[in-house]
Design a binder for this molecule. Structure first.
Ligand SMILES: [Fe+2]
Length: 267
């Protein structure tokens, strides 16, 4: 892949999303949020690419995956006014359909366009499909985008929590109620170092806990360093109810993160 290819994709993306800017402030806010998210995920993936010492071509491919990973979000929000895939459609699959229909990847070599399409498709799955382990390159880029994406979703959430004067964006909290309890199943997942399941998420505390369980699906040492540096996890943790059970969960997560950082240092 060449620099010119990425420049062409960036121009195409920027023209594509222009059509989605609506005069409705609610739609506009969320379209802007996804445009900014895409930009930040591109930056994140380049940080990870650098830490992984990728060459120029590999970095261009990684940035293209990041550029298109949430392409489906724009049509999804305009059509359904929600980012909830369960109440609309799978935005990753939608993004792949849009890319195929536009035909813009056709001048890349098939290996590259396949990686882009599959990595986009897999970015929001609970797990990368098992069979991907037979395709090390695809597995690598799928892992890269999942880490870069998670890093920026955590940024968006933390910024929303920290802007106290502003009403929280309900789309970020999946339109769930702000009630004081939390799901036992999610707590159990954390204590067993597992990602929580969306079906167990019933209120905003569960959403926060679910996002904390993403640490169990982080693939690159640099992502753990960036998480520590940005303090996103700390901000989410400090917004949880101050119960003994939650304190125990936080201690467990902190110990897990510390272990991952030590692993990086010993490499
Ligand atoms: Fe996404």
């Amino acid at each position: 892949m060449q620099k010119e290819d990425l420049a062409f994709f960036q121009k195409w993306f920027s023209d594509y999303i222009t059509d989605f800017y609506s005069s409705d402030p609610f739609v506009r806010e969320n379209i802007e949020l996804k445009a900014e998210h895409t930009k930040k995920v591109c930056e994140n993936i380049l940080l990870l690419a650098k830490a992984e010492k990728l060459g120029e071509n590999e970095s261009l491919l990684a940035e293209t995956v990041a550029l298109f990973h949430d392409l489906g979000r724009f049509e999804q929000f305009l059509k359904y006014k929600t980012f909830k895939d369960s109440e609309s459609e799978n935005h990753a699959v939608l993004g792949v359909k849009i890319l195929k229909k536009a035909g813009i990847l056709s001048h890349l070599v098939p290996e590259e366009s396949d990686i882009i399409l599959k990595a986009v498709e897999y970015h929001n799955l609970m797990e990368i499909p098992e069979a991907t382990s037979n395709f090390p390159e695809l597995l690598f880029y799928s892992r890269l985008i999942r880490d870069a994406d998670k890093l920026d979703i955590l940024r968006i959430i933390c910024e929303d929590y920290e802007e106290e004067d502003k009403c929280p964006n309900p789309a970020l909290e999946l339109y769930l109620p702000d009630t004081p309890e939390y799901s036992k199943a999610v707590i159990e997942d954390i204590m067993n170092n597992r990602m929580a399941k969306i079906k167990d998420v019933k209120n905003r505390n569960d959403v926060k806990l679910l996002r904390l369980t993403w640490v169990f699906d982080i693939n690159f040492p640099e992502t753990f360093s960036l998480l520590k540096e940005t303090r996103y996890l700390e901000i989410i943790m400090s917004s949880l109810p101050k119960t003994e059970e939650i304190r125990k969960v936080i201690r467990h997560l902190e110990a897990y993160l510390e272990k991952q950082l030590l692993k990086k240092q010993s490499c």
